[in-house]
Design a protein around this ligand. Structure first.
Ligand SMILES: Cc1cc2nc3c(=O)[nH]c(=O)nc-3n(C[C@H](O)[C@H](O)[C@H](O)COP(=O)(O)O)c2cc1C
Length: 325
């Protein structure tokens, strides 16, 4: 089973990925949050820094590109190849209201003819392996068979399916029935993504699709960073290792030279998920949200761990249907 850490913009930066890999070395792959090149394939230096090999000492992630034309994709792919990358991922899933109207992310699925032309160009000219991370559709998961038929014309290195349509954003219940078309017909190796948040949801997906051998975990793994180990049959998360992970993350963010308020912002972003491991610690978590300095932050973290509310079986909230029906 190949278990991948999903790209999460604003959360799974190179610093997060490196600290996670050091503390919880059970993820097979990390996908980096999207790069959004301009028309000539240029991206901000700060975005490229996230992918510099020296900033990814525990192994290179798979970079992801968000664009709607082959040219910028190909130009950026050459730059990434020169940095040592061998595989790229195309984002066909971002549901954001600022992205979709530009026919990027899940907006690529609005016009399959144009996506077809873009993929034809990319797959005939890109020297790197290219995988796709897709939604099941824009308005409806019923769009998926036509989308899948299009992907099947190209040699995708992998087809990662976030089993929702764009309208479902991150809230709708993943549609396992619609996803099953990928298991039945895709020529490319298929990776399932969406609401695998704990052992129970993992079992639902695996009992529905016993042949599935690739899973991508996002919010569940940020909430419980030991989730990869747990799904492989390992020990549950212990409070002290979560504490150690968060302390190391705080230290690494500080050492990176980022300003204190940015460090705080990034840590709070992580706590937006981790807070679910402490059900009922509302007062202590509120204090963390209000922290204006790292000193306040550390005191709040101390209070959260001292509250005795840590619940190793807790998870990010989210549902999956009991079967593929
Ligand atoms: C805050 C946030 C940022 C995300 N950033 C990206 C991204 O950069 N690229 C991408 O393909 N998906 C992105 N996603 C989607 C996740 O990779 C994943 O597909 C989604 O969260 C569903 O998986 P999960 O239920 O395991 O979280 C993001 C999701 C969230 C919540």
């Amino acid at each position: 089973m190949i278990l991948s850490f999903a790209p999460m913009e604003g959360v799974t930066s190179c610093i997060y990925r490196s600290v996670h890999a050091a503390c919880f070395p059970d993820a097979d792959r990390y996908y980096a949050p999207f790069l959004a090149p301009d028309g000539s394939g240029k991206v901000k230096l700060s975005a490229l820094r996230d992918l510099l090999p020296e900033n990814n000492p525990r192994g290179l992630p798979v970079p992801q590109i968000l664009c709607n034309r082959a040219e910028p994709f190909l130009a950026l792919s050459r730059e990434l190849a020169a940095m040592g990358y061998e595989e790229l991922n195309l984002n066909a899933g971002c549901p954001s209201g600022t992205v979709v109207p530009k026919h990027k992310g899940a907006g690529l699925l609005l016009d399959l003819d144009s996506l077809d032309r873009m993929l034809a160009d990319i797959y005939s000219r890109c020297e790197l392996k290219v995988s796709v991370k897709t939604r099941l559709g824009v308005e409806s998961t019923a769009e998926f068979p036509a989308i899948l038929e299009l992907y099947d014309r190209y040699p995708l290195a992998e087809l990662i399916v976030h089993a929702r349509d764009r309208n479902g954003m991150y809230r709708s219940t993943p549609d396992l029935n619609a996803f099953s078309a990928a298991m039945e017909h895709s020529r490319a190796p298929v990776c399932y993504n969406g609401n695998v948040l704990d052992r129970r949801s993992y079992n639902v997906v695996m009992s529905t699709f016993p042949a599935l051998d690739r899973l991508m975990l996002g919010r569940g793994a940020v909430t419980n960073p030991a989730l990869f180990r747990i799904l492989r049959g390992g020990e549950p998360l212990a409070a002290n290792e979560l504490r150690d992970f968060l302390d190391r993350l705080c230290g690494a963010l500080r050492e990176s030279g980022v300003q204190e308020h940015h460090v705080l912002g990034r840590l709070k972003e992580v706590w937006y998920y981790v807070n679910h491991m402490f059900p009922g610690a509302d007062r202590e978590l509120k204090r963390l949200n209000k922290a204006g300095t790292l000193t306040d932050y550390r005191a709040a973290v101390e209070g959260i761990f001292a509250s005795g509310r840590f619940e190793p079986a807790a998870a990010f909230p989210g549902a999956l249907p009991k079967s593929g029906g």
